[in-house]
Design a protein around this ligand. Structure first.
Ligand code: FNR
Ligand code: LAC
Length: 364
């Protein structure tokens, strides 16, 4: 048996199993579960196995540089922390702890509308950032606008609008585990801040959703009119929608299926990425999340056109095991692993991670 290292885990491969023993069953069901039969959640991971790396040798890799800029912000890594809800229920350090760990590493972190700590508390915990604010559209636009204004005042540097949740996905594991996402669960930024609605209600022959589900592309323009911050659209999986987003003024597209938690059967993000990056990668920044677990995943996604990748569940595992220290340790292990992988691949900088690094596996 190996000794747990700093942060409580010696390697990245121990993390999920260790975390499963650190949180209550209903929290574990919430973290781990996906929608429906969890096909999309599994596919997000499998999609990476369809690619192999073609490393180059003798390239002078004596200095490897992981730094990049994301919408103008200097970042130490081409990966960032994806926005996730209710971190304070996983560990008392919560969002403030994650903010401190990310800021300490120079890694960008995105924070959910459904954070247990408020927008202002998160900013105060790590004034230097870099950080983004994730918006769930609220039934009243006035409430969405006020969240965006507060994030701008608290020096968040972009607004990530999540578009794949006009209603929550059908999450069997979460339901069976007894974790309800509803207005009874406290959100740090205010009692009037709501999660996506839970279920469509049959009324007079049609299934009705809350008023925010009536939103169309005009909402991107409406949001752009209340903030100077760049807008990133999260949950886009088609070239058509990515184009519409750019036309509406978005500066970034985050190719995401919410970690397989929304529409089961939706395309794996790594399969959705290449056409979107090819169509729009020169005009705006294109990112991916879903299934990023180790450095080789980061390399594959960047080679296929992502400017950066978001990391979801592994951050929650690290938080469960070691709080803010655990998240810091995770970021440090992944950064070192990425620097190692880049050296082994003959790539000195993020810009050298090009399409020639990957090839689709011929048999799988
Ligand atoms: C999420 N995700 C998410 N996304 C978002 O826009 N707002 C949110 O509040 C949340 N909350 C949330 C909670 C939990 C427990 C998970 C696991 C995920 C989705 C998240 O940002 C990201 O898209 C996925 O987690 C990426 O997939 P992986 O890395 O978990 O495979
Ligand atoms: C989730 C929502 C809250 O995925 O985004 O749990």
């Amino acid at each position: 048996v190996s000794e747990p290292g700093e942060g409580g885990f010696p390697t990245l491969s121990d993390l999920e199993a260790l975390a499963s023993r650190r949180v209550l069953d209903h929290i574990w069901a919430y973290i781990e579960g996906g929608a429906g039969d969890e096909r999309t959640m599994r596919e997000n991971l499998r999609a990476f196995e369809r690619w192999v790396l073609l490393p180059r040798v003798l390239e002078d890799v004596s200095a490897v540089d992981l730094r990049t800029t994301l919408l103008g912000a200097q970042c130490a890594t081409p990966f960032f922390i994806a926005p996730m809800a209710y971190l304070g229920e996983i560990h008392p350090d919560g969002e403030s702890g994650v903010a401190r760990a990310a800021s300490g590493a120079g890694t960008l972190a995105a924070f959910s509308t459904l954070s247990t700590h408020s927008i202002e508390q998160i900013a105060a915990a790590a004034p230097d950032g870099p950080r983004w604010f994730q918006l769930y559209l609220q039934p009243e636009f006035r409430v969405s606008a006020s969240l965006v204004e507060r994030a701008e005042r608290s020096r968040f540097s972009a607004i990530v609008v999540t578009l794949d949740a006009p209603v929550l996905g059908v999450r069997d594991r979460q339901t069976k585990g007894g974790f309800a996402i509803d207005s009874s669960r406290p959100v740090g930024s205010g009692e009037d801040v709501l999660p996506p609605s839970r279920v469509p209600v049959l009324q007079g022959g049609t299934y009705r959703l809350r008023s925010d589900a009536a939103s169309n592309w005009n909402v991107v323009r409406d949001l752009a009119s209340v903030t100077r911050l760049p807008i990133v659209l999260k949950g886009v999986l088609t070239v058509e929608d990515a184009r519409r987003g750019v036309a509406a003024g978005a500066k970034g597209i985050l190719v995401s299926n919410h970690g397989g938690r929304q529409l089961d059967g939706a395309i794996a993000t790594l399969e959705a990425l290449p056409p979107i990056a090819a169509a729009l990668g020169s005009e705006i920044e294109v990112y991916l999340d879903g299934g990023i677990r180790r450095a080789d995943d980061v390399l594959i996604a960047l080679a296929l056109g992502a400017k950066a990748v978001g990391i979801g569940r592994p951050i929650l595992w690290a938080l469960a095991v070691g709080g803010a220290t655990g998240v810091g340790h995770y970021l440090s292990l992944l950064s070192t692993e990425l620097a190692t992988a880049m050296a082994l691949a003959g790539r000195r900088s993020v810009s050298e991670i090009d399409r020639a690094l990957v090839e689709r596996r011929s048999v799988h």
